[in-house]
Design a protein around this ligand. Structure first.
Ligand code: PXP
Length: 252
């Protein structure tokens, strides 16, 4: 292993497409290009309001991708039906509020344990690798383990925000919370992913944390593609992840 797996989130290609209501730019084209450029997986979030990815996009991705699709969805009956119809490689359960601009905060697994345990069972039975998108909070990590989720994805949004705000103390505290969350999750036997708001620098930093299996990155990467092209943006992101991973190994 030379670093975490690199999951490319293509939601914001669909955001740009939907701004004009036509067919371009096509998120499937972006996904296939990302696949060619070495993505380990493609992530797409079918939101309840379909503000970016639509049902037809999921169908097209399932039909054409050769790398795994990580299907992000809210814990609703509608989304469960769609996931069970497509049986993607992975399903990531995220909280969803209509008024939010992006996924704010993690899932309250501990607060909704029985319902979520029942909710993920058919998905697991269908062969989907289920992950819970949570804050790096030991209570949520432990609850995810209890309900039988094999994977957690820790929300890096607060860490990334602190970085962008130049608040180095807060960034250091959030980094420690993430590192501790990864450690607790790994010790509990869970596979740990990280994602949200990552750029080249924050992706490098979190890749220094031992045992991070996967990063899922979208908004910054798609934005950077405007200037660099998707392949070059991905190449730089992968290099940042590999550099972080090597630094983490050297420090261990
Ligand atoms: N992981 C999860 C669970 C997400 O909901 C998102 C945003 O859709 C991401 C990763 C990627 O975040 P960003 O687009 O900020 O890189």
């Amino acid at each position: 292993m030379t670093g975490p797996r690199f999951g490319v989130n293509i939601d914001h290609v669909a955001t740009i497409r939907n701004a004009r209501g036509g067919a371009a730019p096509d998120p499937l084209r972006a996904a296939l290009l990302a696949e060619k450029a070495g993505a380990d997986g493609i992530t797409a979030h079918l939101r309840e309001d379909r503000r970016h990815i639509g049902d037809a996009d999921i169908e097209a991705l399932m039909a054409a991708l050769t790398v795994p699709l990580n299907f992000e969805m809210a814990a609703t009956a509608e989304m469960q039906n769609i996931a069970l119809r497509h049986r993607p490689h992975a399903v990531c359960i995220v909280p969803e509020k209509r008024e939010e601009r992006t996924t704010e905060g993690g899932l309250g697994v501990a607060q909704d344990e029985n319902r979520l345990a029942d909710f993920i069972t058919p998905l697991r039975d269908a062969g989907c690798r289920v992950s819970m998108f949570i804050e790096p909070d030991p209570m949520q990590v432990e609850a995810s383990r209890r309900i039988g989720a094999p994977v957690i994805e820790l929300h890096t949004g607060t860490f990334a925000e602190a970085h962008l705000a130049g608040d180095m103390d807060r960034r250091a505290r959030e980094f420690e919370r993430l590192a501790e969350g990864v450690r607790i999750g790994t010790e509990a036997g869970l596979e740990v992913h990280l994602g949200h708001g990552l750029d080249f620098e924050t992706a490098r930093m979190v890749s220094t944390i031992p045992d991070v299996a996967e990063l899922n990155i979208g908004h910054f990467l798609i934005g950077e593609s405007v200037f660099l092209g998707l392949e070059e943006a991905m190449r730089r992101m992968r290099a940042a992840m590999e550099q972080g991973y090597a630094e983490g190994r050297a420090a261990a």
